[in-house]
Write a protein that binds this ligand. Sequence first.
Ligand SMILES: *Cc1c(COP(=O)(O)O)cnc(C)c1O
Length: 388
Amino acid sequence: MDLIDFSKTRLLTPGPVPLFAKVAQTLSLPMEHHRTPGFEELLTNVWADLAWVFQSPSAPLILTATGTGAMEASVANLLSPGERVLCVDSGKFGDRWATIAEGLGARVHRFSVPWGSSLDLDEFERLVKENNFDFVMSQVCETSTATIHPIKAMAALIHQHSSALFLVDAITGLVNVELPMTDWGLDVVLAGSQKVFGLPTGLAFVALSERAWTKQKTATTPKFYFDFLKERQANMRGETAFSASVTLIRALAEALKLFRTWGLSRVRKRSERLALGTRELACDLGLDVFSQSPSPSVTALTLPTLIDGKKFRLTLEEKFNIVVMGGQDQLMGRILRIGHMGAVTNEDMLTLSRGLFECLNLFGVQISETNWQKAQTKLATTLGEELA
Ligand SMILES: *Cc1c(COP(=O)(O)O)cnc(C)c1O
């Protein structure tokens, strides 16, 4: 069984993700100060590369926070209490948008979408037409259900019927889903380091449209550390407002260099192949894909109802050293979520396939060795070449 090795731990979660070797190497470099010409030059290059990744009208801000910090900061910098917000609530992270906005005093309408479904555009249009929302908030990819939403069509409907700003959580959507910010009229696009950027956890990025910068001027929600204007002014001087996370930004510079070398379409195609391979494998092993609108960044597989999903996931981890995520809230114990971001290798995937096969047999789902062999051959073909 070539390329199957259970001795090594395989991180196949939808964030954090395995690091590329060149990124990992930067993490042990000697510390340097963030207010030095050398670091400021690195920052300037990083901002330019980030603007290229985001296809944003100006350089995205770099926040020392996880993705949720960028979500809260975006709301705090743009919203005034009492304003009206439409939140697409199709899972754990959509619920988070709504909870943040409510906490900061917005009047929130939750557009509840069944978990695993993409939103209904007719209903969405009716909502934005009939209400005078100040903001619409959505995920590109709702990571908890591995589902993507039609952001381009949503943006067009919002701008056709309202003057609402569109805030887009692209934490697992950026790069893997095409998202031209200016062309589509997205007002805020945010991402985090430990997902599509393939970095350790701890940085978040926020890109704003000119409309969003204008709105920011009149927003009355209090803030101090995450003050976008203060950060932008510091950036214009070539620095960050507070101490920069030198280590993570150096790693980011390396990840962006890799993206430049490969091209974003190759990074996207790699994720698409990992996702497709996972969906085909699921089918071959008799498992269902949970989402009706599956994501290229993460795949959710539905386990047979007879199987205790929590035990299954733990067995995969303890017996086979394969770490995937389970479901959250209503999906707890029912699904497995497998990530396709970062330095996932073919060996990781082929080992996952064997691990799933052995685990399913352990849990009483009989799959023959011959059928698995066929599935494995197909998987290897679908995966194609790794990014290197
Ligand atoms: C991971 C994730 C978040 C939250 O990010 P943290 O880094 O855990 O704060 C928000 N939205 C989506 C879609 C995510 O996948």
